[in-house]
Design a protein around this ligand. Structure first.
Ligand code: DQA
Length: 151
């Protein structure tokens, strides 16, 4: 069975208790379960990784290059700062879906720049936890039709 990387960055381990007015009450474990179920319906398995460390996120991308077929990534604040993660993702030759629980464009200006968007096939922002499920569905669709122009 093909595997999808679900990669979450700093502070997302605190989902459910961290600023629930912005990020909701759903925990990361709940989100990972939702993704696992949605992926299984599409015939995919998931590998879930969360780290608060930039280098570990980069290592996870490198490790996924040959072992996964696509990735769903919420890099948290590294979205807005990490050229290194951008470069790592450029070496990842599979579709990437960028996800944010909140809509960074409706927030502080320092959240408006994303180093991930230029390497993402799609971006989902502001849909809360269900954005991850949509991301799995979009990724599955892209993997079913790998030669279309939107990939
Ligand atoms: C976030 C948005 C980022 O700006 C923030 O730093 C996060 C979470 C989101 O999911 O809405 O940590 O990526």
């Amino acid at each position: 069975m093909s595997t999808v990387l679900i990669l979450n960055g700093p502070n997302l381990n605190l989902l459910g208790v961290r600023e629930p007015d912005i990020y909701g009450h759903t925990t990361l474990a709940d989100i990972e379960d939702m993704c696992t179920q949605s992926a299984a319906e599409a015939g995919l398995s998931v590998r879930c990784v969360q780290s608060n460390h930039e280098g570990e996120l980069i290592d996870a991308v490198h490790a996924a290059r040959e072992t996964t077929v696509g990735a769903i990534i919420n890099a948290g604040a590294y979205t807005h700062t990490s050229l290194a993660l951008h470069d790592a993702l450029k070496s990842y030759d599979h579709p990437i879906i960028e996800v944010h629980l909140s809509n960074p464009h409706a927030r502080e200006s320092f959240r408006h720049l994303s180093y991930l968007s230029p390497v993402a096939a799609a971006v989902i922002a502001g849909a809360g936890a269900s954005g991850y499920v949509h991301a799995v569905e979009i990724l599955a669709e892209k993997l079913r039709a790998p030669t279309t122009a939107t990939n």
